[in-house]
Design a protein around this ligand. Structure first.
Ligand code: DLL
Length: 432
């Protein structure tokens, strides 16, 4: 179902006209209200009148996560603090978090784009949504929640954790829609198996999984274990939270809500915009946000854009699955390796569970790659020879895809620590 047919199926020339008008208004606003942007634009000899076409966007300087930190907490606000009705923040591993603010209108727009998001997966007011994204400063919980209410669905604000209780609620309240990180969906599946529940026999039919990278191989695991359609949901705190882009059931990339968020892909080295289809770093400009408009935010997420019409009828540009981040690419013995490549290889091997850990270390001045991998209980109880064969097979396949060798350690079922929020699968000891 298409929630907002006007904006989601707008002919592209019309959409681009709307984007330009909105962009011009936003540049004018930040030039007047946000000293950080005024200075950045002035340094490039740009003013609000410099933006005459969408191509002029490329002249505007980028904004980075560091700029948010430097202006912590409220320096980038374009409205007085009294007009802010909500604060969220993204968890940083070090230092201060990124703090963002929303006006009443921003919260409304967020609910709208989230209603579009859920409707894209076929969710209606008949559905019961179990929302297991964390509630709190993280945007996942409340973002999904407001969209679900806007849609008129029944929302269970379950938040993350207490998995046995989640399963009880799921059964008793006939949950049809699950929203959580892909890694948490697997924890739910694992607990269900332990409790003798076959999720394929429940009312669950669709899930919206995101907030962390996951591969198509992981999708297959989830779809098979939960017996549902698993769709990719993308967003980030600096731009609004979830509700930036969503995959439709055709599974050909995520539709970006372009009337609110203008997307570009740039070469991460040179900063030059790249044509459609080429892979690079995703950059967003918000077109309607009031409290915290953002010009050309560098997401560090690597993807490409596809403007072709989608069989679902939407005309919005689609972003491909995020392949990695400019900052999660590992360079091992000079070779670029993305954790997503490793995941794809691992999950294609029979007898392997979707739980692994990538450990990079330096030994005698040489980079060392070790992968811990959980095997299924059946395989684990197998004789030694079977395990050795499996280990060799994984090693060979990794080497042929990555072009470098890796040590593989098969570990007992359930021995790798589970995280309920965003999964942490890489330990780079070279950085410690
Ligand atoms: O993770 C917002 C969100 C909540 C998205 C719920 C989807 C569902 P942050 O905590 O600011 O916001 O993290 C944003 O997470 O730049 C990506 O690197 C990553 N990310 C988010 N969605 C996906 C996805 C929320 N579907 C950062 N696939 C982004 C891959 C994703 N990575």
């Amino acid at each position: 179902m298409i929630w907002d047919t006007v904006h989601e199926t707008m002919p592209r020339p019309e959409l681009e006209k709307l984007q330009l008008e909105r962009l011009q208004a936003k540049v004018r606003q930040v030039y007047q209200k946000v000293p950080f942007y005024r200075q950045a634009l002035q340094e490039k000899n740009l003013g609000p009148e410099s933006i005459r076409s969408l191509a002029d966007l490329a002249r505007i300087p980028f904004t980075s996560k560091q700029d948010f930190r430097d202006n912590y907490p409220f320096g980038l606000l374009a409205v007085p603090r009294e007009e802010v009705v909500r604060i969220h923040a993204s968890s940083g591993t070090t230092g201060k978090p990124v703090v963002v603010g929303y006006t009443r209108t921003d919260v409304e727009i967020w609910a709208e784009v989230m209603a579009r998001t859920l409707a894209m997966g076929g969710v209606t007011h008949d559905d019961v949504i179990q929302n297991c994204y964390g509630y709190g400063l993280f945007t996942g919980g409340l973002g999904i929640h407001y969209g679900a209410e806007r849609l008129g669905a029944t929302v269970i604000p379950a938040s993350v954790g207490n998995t046995k209780r989640q399963l009880m609620l799921m059964a008793d309240l006939n949950t049809t829609v699950l929203t959580c990180t892909p890694s948490y969906s697997l924890i739910i599946a694992e607990n269900a198996a332990e409790m003798g529940i076959d999720l394929r026999d429940t009312s669950l039919r669709v899930g919206f999984f995101g907030a962390e990278p996951w591969t198509y191989a992981m999708r297959e695991e989830i779809e098979q274990k939960l017996g549902i359609l698993a769709l990719d949901i993308y967003g980030l705190t600096e731009i609004i939270g979830p509700g930036v882009a969503q995959e439709c059931p055709h599974k050909q990339g995520m539709h970006i809500f372009e009337d609110h968020f203008l997307a570009e892909v740039i070469d991460p080295q040179t900063g030059e915009p790249l044509p459609y289809g080429e892979e690079g770093e995703l950059v967003f400009t918000t077109l309607t946000k009031e409290a915290l408009p953002v010009l050309r935010f560098r997401t560090r997420d690597i993807t490409s854009l596809n403007p072709d019409p989608c069989p679902c009828g939407r005309t919005t540009v689609r972003m491909q699955k995020v392949r990695g981040r400019t900052d999660d690419m590992l360079i091992i013995r000079g070779v670029n390796v993305f954790p997503s490549q490793i995941e794809t290889v691992l999950l294609q091997v029979e007898g392997v569970e979707p739980q692994y850990l990538i450990i990079v270390d330096r030994q005698h001045h040489l980079d060392d790659l070790e992968i811990w991998l959980e095997v299924s209980p059946e395989v684990f109880s197998d004789e030694m020879r079977g395990l050795e064969r499996l280990e060799q097979q994984v090693r060979r396949e990794l080497e042929s895809v990555l072009g470098i060798s890796a040590r593989v350690k098969l570990v007992e079922p359930r021995s790798i620590e589970r995280t309920e929020g965003k999964a942490k699968r890489v330990i780079d000891r070279r950085l410690m």
